[in-house]
Design a protein around this ligand. Structure first.
Ligand code: IPM
Ligand code: MN
Length: 361
């Protein structure tokens, strides 16, 4: 029987509540599909930081390398200054484990309300491949004359050809494997690059050249499209059905996937994977720790459950992943009144039960 070693990091706020439901559903899937999940819990997060001053120590990174995957709840604590936990835990894991892809599906499930009028599940079904190690996130820059009226602050968008190429390769492969021909031009799969070649004439020039070079040489069957990032936001709202697979840099990817999460019905349902195709990947609901809902049993666990689904798919348990997705669709289509915290018509654990029971079938 296949056994997967999973590091579980529930983290802060509502993280532990939603992670518990994801674990419940994963266990049901493992029992049904005949594999084993060996889970080890880690308490990295705001509480531990307050107690010990530790975020994610190097020794923990080394330990995490030994797992097959990581399931993360949420990072962020109201008593800790912004940036400390994000940088010290979430970004450190992404960078140190070289999770160079942030895969964020934007999929409207049945019964889920989208703020976009007259669009349904057939229209809203795309995925953003966000580069996850470069760009403004490298922390390249600094201050001079800090605290004076002449203070200068610089923070640079940094990309190497290597980073761009490996991300593009993943995106083209993804489009080849999972692309939906119906969206492409003339019955072909499509990959869209989202950039800003009219202003960021170095960084997105590099992306655009690399995009066409690689596409032409190795993926001639995939149609290449380009959108400026601002226009991408416009079309997400106006014509989401145009999109299938989108690739972009780290900063733009961060921003457009929050828009994507709203388009697909809110943070309650949006999941993502920080993927190192050659190493250890980490899956998370993309919403935050939601301090105001903590401990109330009202937060929507479906995003965490969908993160678990993505984890199983990445581990190669595709049938089990599909089964979880179908169970989530069943819950959204037939049970939940809303995706919003406190308005689901069920408690957090009841939603977990609904999905887990459906998976166990
Ligand atoms: C995300 C988050 C993080 C990011 C923050 C918490 C550092 O917004 O996962 O999208 O900017 O990547
Ligand atoms: Mn974000």
């Amino acid at each position: 029987m296949a056994t997967y070693k999973i590091a579980v990091m529930p983290g802060d706020g509502t993280g532990p509540e939603v992670t518990a439901e994801a674990v419940k559903v994963l266990k049901a899937a493992a029992a049904k599909f005949g594999f084993k999940l060996e889970m080890t819990e880690f308490d990295f997060g705001g509480e531990r930081y307050k107690r010990t001053g530790e975020t994610l120590p190097d020794s923990a990174v080394e330990e995490l390398r030994k797992f097959d995957a990581i399931l993360l709840g949420a990072i962020g604590h109201p008593d800790v200054a912004p940036g400390i936990l994000e940088k010290g835990i979430l970004l450190k894991a992404r960078f140190e484990l070289d999770q160079y892809i942030n895969l964020r599906p934007v999929k409207l499930y049945p019964g889920v309300a989208t703020p976009i009028k007259d669009k349904g599940p057939d229209d809203i079904d795309f995925v953003v491949v966000r580069e996850n190690t470069g760009d403004l996130y490298t922390g390249t820059g600094g201050f001079t004359m800090k605290g004076t009226p002449h203070e200068v602050a610089v923070q640079s968008a940094v990309y190497t050809r290597f980073q761009v190429d490996r991300c593009l390769k993943y995106a083209f492969e993804y489009a080849r494997k999972h692309g939906k021909k119906s969206r492409g031009k003339g019955d072909k799969n499509t990959l869209a690059l989202s950039g800003k070649t009219n202003v960021l004439t170095y960084v997105y020039d590099l992306w655009e050249r690399a995009f066409h070079e690689l596409g032409k040489a190795e993926y001639p069957e995939i149609v290449r499209e380009y959108y400026h990032v601002d226009a991408t936001c416009m079309w997400f709202v106006k014509n989401p059905e145009w999109f299938d697979v989108i690739v972009t840099g780290n900063m733009f990817g961060d921003i457009i996937t929050d828009l994507g999460a709203m388009v697909q019905g809110g943070m309650g349902i949006a999941a993502g994977g920080n993927i190192n195709p050659e190493g250890v990947s980490m899956f998370e609901p993309i919403g935050g720790s939601a301090p105001k809902y903590t401990g109330k049993g009202v937060i929507n666990p479906l995003a965490a459950i969908c993160a678990g689904q993505m984890m199983l798919e990445t581990l190669g348990e595709e049938k089990a992943g599909k089964c979880i997705e179908d169970a989530v669709k069943f819950a959204t289509g037939n049970k939940l009144k809303s995706m919003q915290a406190g308005r689901m018509g069920y408690s957090t654990s009841e939603v977990g039960d609904l999905v887990a029971e459906r998976v166990a079938g």
